[in-house]
Design a protein around this ligand. Structure first.
Ligand SMILES: [Zn+2]
Length: 243
């Protein structure tokens, strides 16, 4: 099975092989470049598209690994990234692969360097809201973040450049990544799916970089990313910088 998606100027071909070489897989193999040519083509394409060197395939490999899959091949042919994955089919998020390495500019960076951290709709804004309850109790009526929902496994992007301040289990937040942007500002990304954290504490990330995959860990009512903004330790409305 082969799926082609376009993201801005990038076309991503995601080929899933299930132990059998599919028509798409054969096409990929036929276009496979030598290792040295791969590296040169990647560097040229990255440079032309404004990516850090090697980022599209690095991100695709991280996404595959987070889903228990192995990236069999990843080549960049001018502006086409060809990804082939072994071992899994349903678990590999095609949308995430399509966005692997998408330049931050395509996500609508504002003048201060902030981008939307998710392609999803805002399902719950910051502020007072009606209580959300289930059998185990109710969530607070004060919603100290903004919820975006793009679907389970969807990519989550760094809202601005910075350094990963924490990455791991955070109680009711589930799996969470926090980025220190300097100037007393820290963003948080909660409810990340298990094995969906794609960065480590101390990593330096750029605005729009893929950092995690959406999930519903911790206290969550369905898959979404709960985005927080700390200003000198106090939670404020993230849309004050993202809007
Ligand atoms: Zn929330």
């Amino acid at each position: 099975m082969s799926v082609i998606m376009s993201v801005g100027t990038m076309a991503v071909v995601s080929t899933m092989a299930l132990g059998v070489v599919t028509a798409g897989g054969a096409a990929v193999t036929a276009q496979r470049l030598s290792a040295a040519a791969d590296a040169a083509a990647l560097a040229a394409a990255d440079s032309a598209l404004g990516f850090a060197p090697g980022v599209p395939c690095d991100n695709a490999a991280r996404i595959a690994a987070a889903h228990g899959a192995v990236l069999a091949e990843c080549t960049v042919d001018e502006t086409t990234v060809r990804v082939s994955v072994n071992d899994t089919f349903a678990g590999f998020p095609i949308a995430a692969a399509a966005r692997a390495g998408a330049p931050a500019g395509s996500l609508g960076m504002n003048a201060a360097g902030w981008v939307r951290p998710s392609d999803g709709e805002i399902t719950s804004p910051y502020g007072e809201r009606e209580a959300q309850c289930d059998a185990s109790g109710c969530a607070s009526t004060m919603h100290e973040g903004v919820d975006f929902a793009a679907g389970c496994g969807a990519p989550i992007y760094a809202a601005r450049s910075g350094t990963i301040a924490s990455a791991g289990d955070a109680g009711g937040y589930g799996n969470q990544v926090r980025i220190d942007h300097g100037d007393g500002l820290v963003t948080g990304y909660a409810h990340i799916q298990n094995n969906g954290i794609l960065v480590n504490s101390g990593d330096v990330v750029t605005s729009g970089q893929l950092i995690a995959l959406e999930g519903d860990t911790g206290r969550a009512f369905g898959c979404h990313v709960h985005v927080t903004l700390e200003q000198n330790g106090a939670l404020i409305d993230p849309m004050s910088v993202l809007g």
